[in-house]
Structure formats: C-alpha cells, structure tokens
Ligand binder design. Structure first.
Ligand SMILES: Cc1cc2nc3c(=O)[nH]c(=O)nc-3n(C[C@H](O)[C@H](O)[C@H](O)COP(=O)(O)OP(=O)(O)OC[C@H]3O[C@@H](n4cnc5c(N)ncnc54)[C@H](O)[C@@H]3O)c2cc1C
Length: 455
C-alpha cells in the first residue's frame, strides 16, 4: 500500500459521503487524500469505477424545501456549498417535484470537480487497516464496506457495535396515532407509563391481519445479500408463515396490558409501539421488522385499530447494510470516542439514503477541517435538517434499538409557543406545520452560517 503524507486528512471511500467530505475539507484549505478501492476492487452493488456512483435509483427524492424534510436538507446543503447538490443540480433530469439525475453525468461531475481541486489527491486502493501515522481519518466506506476494513473496524468497536444487516421495524409519527382506540401503558405497568403505545385487535381483526400478511407482496433479497434470518428478529410475515398463532404468542402477545377504553374485554393480540427518540415524537412498531413492500406495509399496518391514519417516518426493511451503533460509539462531531483521530461519515453512521449520507459527509468534512485549522467545531442548530439528523445519529436515538434512519420532521424539536399555533390559536398541523419548521430551519441555518468563521 502506498502511504501518503501524514499531513492530509485521509478520507476512505469515494462515494456520496466521502466525495462531499473531501470537497468540504479542500474548500476550507485543508489537504486531503481520498482513497477509493474501485475499480481495482468492487462491491456487489457498484458497477463502475466512478466516484459517487448511485447504486440503485437515480432520485434524490423530493426537492420541496418547504414541506419535505429531505427537500429542506437539499436546500441547507446548497447553502453550505455542497458538491453533491451542485453536481445533482447540474445533471438533473425531469422528475416532477423530485430531484433526479443522469447518474453517469452526476458521477462524472463529482469526479471532475474533485480532480480539479489542487488540495485533493485521489488514490485508487483498498484500505484494509489504518496506518498509525494517519492522524486524521474519515471512514466513509458505506453499507458495503470491504470485508477487510470491516474486520478492522470491528476490532476497534467490538463485534456487537458494527452490524452487517439492518432489521428495520416501521416508525410512526406519534401525532398520527388515534388515541380513542390506542392507549399508553407498559407491560405489567413497568417504566414511566408513556414508554409504549398499545393497539388492540379482537379475534376477527387478528385473523384478517394474519391473512393479509400471508397474502401480501414481499420484496426479495438480492442474490448476493444471502438470507440473514436470525431467530431473534424474524420478519413478521415469516413468523405468520410458521403458524397463525405465532405472532399472538410473540411480539403481539396481549399479556400484562389492560385496554383503558374497554377494560373488561381481553384483546386477542396487541401491537406495541415503543418510544424511538428522546423528543418522544417517534414510536417504532415493536418486533415488526419486515420484507413486505412499502405499499403493503402501509395498507396492512393501517388496518390495525388506532393506526388507521398512521404517518410513517420510516417503513420496515431488511438489507445488507454495514453500520455502526453510532449513538453509543460516536461523539457529537462523529469521532469514535475510543479513537478521536477517526471520524465516520455516510451510511455507515446509520443514516439512510443518498442525500443523508452526503449530508453527514458534509458536516464531518467541516468538523475535520475546523480541527486541522485549530478552530472549535461548530455543530449546526438542532432545528435544522442537518442538526436534527446529526443529533439523532449521535444522541437522540435509542442505542439499544438503533437502526438506519432517513431525515424526517419527527427528528426536529417541536415548534414552541406562538410558533406552534395558527391564527385561530390552534396547533399547526400538516403542511402548515412543516412550512413553519422549514422556515425556522433556514433562518437558523443562515444565522449559523453568518456566525461561523470562514477560511
Ligand atoms: C444495494 C443498495 C441500494 C441502495 N439504493 C438506494 C437508493 O435507491 N436511494 C437511496 O437514497 N439510497 C440507497 N441506498 C442507501 C445509500 O444511500 C447508498 O448506499 C449511498 O451510496 C451511501 O453513501 P455512502 O457514501 O455512505 O456509501 P457509498 O456511496 O457506497 O460509498 C462508499 C465507497 O467506499 C468504497 N469502499 C468500500 N470499502 C473500501 C475500502 N476498504 N477502501 C477504499 N474504498 C472502499 C466503495 O467502493 C464506495 O465507493 C442503497 C444501498 C444499497 C446497498
């Protein structure tokens, strides 16, 4: 392996996050060596040697910065000089309200900009371990990190802190739950009383729910992913296939709970939702990891009493995905607590999606640059999409149940005081609430940009 000068910051992985991190470092005046293993060695999903290759869809999702959290993240990144956003805007193709790109043109635009930046050196090699003389490193090797580097990371973090598959249960915005049917209660009344939300099913509803699961359309694993079913976290549809009562004796068992709306009647089964973030705005469906298609998840889970109008912050899934238990391992500037010269960026930190990965790369690049320049790191306000996402990854999420997460308004601190009300004095809802949160985010971001020292 050729070892570069110890002076640059070493960014490992030239995907969405690593490319953005390298750009931010160079724009701040800090030299970077960007290490990318392709084309010499590839992953199971990448097909080219290009930097910032999009491995699947060509969409960066909604570009609506007023009513959509990922659209807001686009706008915040644009205001921070994001290379990924500038390249996406340059190569965009018609896609209604979404931002979609010509994938080859996009990758070429990113690569051209990085090649043209004198402070960036690109080295095409797999990094399997970190030389001791590298005093500032960002690992941005993504969900398909090479086996050798993943083994090295596991030695640093402990084997239970780096996962190779996600097992995602859907997450619901609490304000969309119907509490005329659902109620708060912990099993056997342990805990604070607000830790769990319960949704009851009678025998007819339970039977219909099992039929729906058995008949539903499922997504398949890609051939190279294997079938990673562990007995402790089987998809609910696989549990239903094992026997019609399996769920009623498993994650939907109705014991230790009393329906406050109908205390005399024992439900046949109960779906529990558990608080998922410190803000208390999001709740996950306990034990509901699934490979049902997204459309089927919405249809079937909205048949559960109390969830008829559920709004999902995240839908369930099971994928090959290398990611850290970041709330446990990383500090607020994404440094590994046990080795602060090492930062992580992108999907490996437990964010989910092209834009989120690039956004974390952007912030990590800025943090590493500030450190090299002898300045204190300046985290973005928690009211911004960037701040909300970073807070979730590093502190807001529960480390015991941590799973990858897209940006969504449930991660933001709620509006307060008069800001939370409409002209009639009622709580803002839906699009009005999102608009107010986005307006607050961009105002706070602009103030933060103004207050942050320039290079
Ligand atoms: C199959 C699949 C499909 C996905 N589809 C979508 C989608 O449609 N939309 C969406 O928003 N998100 C999708 N994602 C999730 C995620 O957004 C993308 O994986 C995204 O590319 C993550 O960005 P990243 O920079 O963290 O990782 P990547 O973009 O994967 O970049 C990591 C880079 O590191 C390199 N690398 C790995 N190991 C080493 C090493 N040891 N040394 C040097 N280089 C190394 C890789 O070659 C790669 O170029 C998908 C993920 C997967 C696995």
């Amino acid at each position: 392996m050729s070892v570069s000068s110890p002076n640059p910051v070493h960014v490992i992985g030239g995907g969405l996050a690593g490319s953005e991190a390298a750009w931010q470092l160079a724009r701040a005046g800090v030299p970077v060596t960007l290490h990318e293993m392709r084309p010499q060695q590839t992953t199971d999903a990448h097909v080219s040697g290009g930097l910032a290759e999009l491995v699947c869809s060509n969409s960066f999702r909604s570009d609506d910065a007023e009513h959509n959290a990922v659209g807001l993240l686009h706008e915040e990144m644009r205001r921070l000089g994001s290379l990924i956003m500038a390249s996406a805007d340059r190569t965009k193709v018609p896609a209604g309200g979404a931002l979609a790109v010509d994938r080859e043109g996009f990758s070429a635009a990113v690569e051209e900009a990085l090649n043209g930046e004198p402070l960036i050196t690109i080295e095409r090699q797999e990094i399997a371990a970190l030389p001791d003389e590298w005093d500032s490193v960002i690992i941005a090797t993504g969900p398909l990190t090479s086996d050798r580097l993943a083994g090295f990371i596991r030695e640093l973090t402990g084997k239970n802190a780096l996962a190779f598959f996600d097992a995602i249960a859907p997450i619901i915005h609490v304000e969309s739950v119907d509490f005329s049917k659902a109620w708060y209660q912990s099993r056997y009344d342990k805990g604070t009383g607000k830790d769990y939300i319960n949704c009851p099913l009678d025998a007819t509803q339970y039977d219909a729910f099992i039929d729906a699961l058995l008949e539903a359309e499922k997504t398949e694993f890609r051939e190279w992913e294997g079938t990673p079913y562990f007995e402790g976290c089987l998809p609910i549809e696989i549990m239903a296939e094992r026997g019609r009562q399996t769920l009623a004796y498993g994650p939907m068992k109705p014991v230790g709970l009393t329906n406050e709306h109908d205390p005399q009647v024992k439900p046949r089964a109960i779906v529990q939702l558990r608080q998922d973030n410190t803000l208390g705005t999001l709740f996950n469906m306990v034990g509901f990891q699934t490979k049902l298609t997204y459309g089927e998840q919405k249809r079937i889970f909205r048949s559960i009493p109390g969830l008829e109008k559920a709004e999902f912050a995240r839908l369930g899934g099971l994928h090959r995905n290398t990611f850290l238990n970041s709330p446990k391992l990383l500090d607020e500037t994404l440094r590994l607590k046990s080795r602060p010269s090492l930062r992580f960026a992108g999907q490996i930190t437990g964010c989910e999606g092209y834009v989120e990965s690039a956004a974390v790369g952007l912030m990590v690049g800025r943090y590493a640059a500030a450190e090299r320049l002898g300045r204190p790191p300046s985290p973005p306000p928690p009211t911004t999409a960037l701040g909300a996402l970073l807070h979730h990854i590093t502190a807001g999420a529960d480390e015991a149940t941590f799973q990858p997460m897209n940006v969504n308004f449930g991660l933001f601190p709620p509006l307060e005081g008069a800001d939370a009300l409409n002209e009639k004095g009622r709580n803002l809802k839906g699009k009005d609430r999102k608009l107010k949160m986005s307006t607050r985010a961009l105002a706070d971001l602009d103030k933060w940009i103004g207050d942050t020292p320039k290079r």
